[in-house]
Design a binder for this molecule. Sequence first.
Ligand code: HEC
Ligand code: HEC
Length: 305
Amino acid sequence: MTRQLFTLLAILLCAIGFSLGFGVRTLMPAASKPIAGAQKAFAPPPETAIPAGPLGEEVALGRSIFTDTGNAAPDFVGNDLKCSNCHLDAGRRANAAPLWAAYGLYPQFRTKNGHVNTFAERVQECFKYSMNGKAPPAGDRVLVAVESYAAFLATGAPHGVKLTGQGYQKLPKPPSPADYGRGQAVFVATCARCHGADGNGQRSEGQVIFPPLWGPRSYNWGAGMGDLQNAAGFIAANMPQDHPGTLTNQQAWDVAAYIDGKPRPQDPRFTGSVAETRTRYHDTAQSAYGKTVDGVLLGAAAVVR
Ligand code: HEC
Ligand code: HEC
């Protein structure tokens, strides 16, 4: 009897230890669940905590690259977006892929490129795809500054733990499959007033005031926002900007299918064939690349302005 109890206890302890150990491993898949104890929202330090001296200068430079990317890092940007258009509140907002939650999750294996990525490489990828630009080379000032800013925002955050608010909300599947036509109706009623009827955003006195959602100055086909699940999660939590959280789950998926069913710049991994590029990089229900939507074969025509 005592022996049985002892065995039971040992098994229980092992199980607890295993699940905890599993949760805090650094090289964990991105989709693993938050562990108990990481539930409390993490608060990044305020701007005023940026230290004086060379480190603080680097952090501040990283912040300006993050929020004014085209002006602060023009060599690496090929569109009208800023990092902070998708990583809101200068990379601070939960459920908008905040930097404080990202920093401690690297090195991380990513199925997207099939190897372990450092944090720097993850940033390079957003330059290449989301910014439709060029990856700053390893050790480049731009990369080091963005890393410094992310490290500053993550001050005091546990390493290797998936924090609440990390990434974009994983929105449950909609009641009926995401639909381009219904999405268009949502777009016209709810989004066009800011992002423009043509989805190309709006400028005033040379400045982009509302970022483009598709077209030649938006993210390219390789970007994470081109994945329906990411776009729906971002939109549900953060858009419309002045009334976030007001769309139904169905509306968020439908409007995501609409904007991600529009032409945008070519995937930089383009092999020369749309069909082959789809098979290699977009062979999922979450991507419309290589499909014909609204009479347009997505990925086929050059999208330039
Ligand atoms: C068009 C929207 C968009 C823009 C602009 C953008 N990103 Fe991202 N970023 C994303 C998406 C979507 C993901 C998540 C991708 C995924 O999970 O597949 C992401 C992920 C990241 C991550 C990893 C987050 C995590 O929790 O693992 C980092 C770091 C990052 N971006 C940095 C940047 C930087 C730096 C810039 C500017 C140079 C930038 N991003 C511009 C959409 C964007
Ligand atoms: C009140 C104006 C406004 C409305 C309405 C609005 N947005 Fe936005 N949206 C913005 C602004 C501003 C940003 C950039 C946020 C930032 O930089 O802080 C943005 C960013 C975005 C982004 C990421 C950046 C990009 O260009 O890809 C997406 C995607 C997006 N909005 C989709 C939508 C959708 C879908 C709707 C309708 C459901 C919508 N927005 C309604 C103002 C608006």
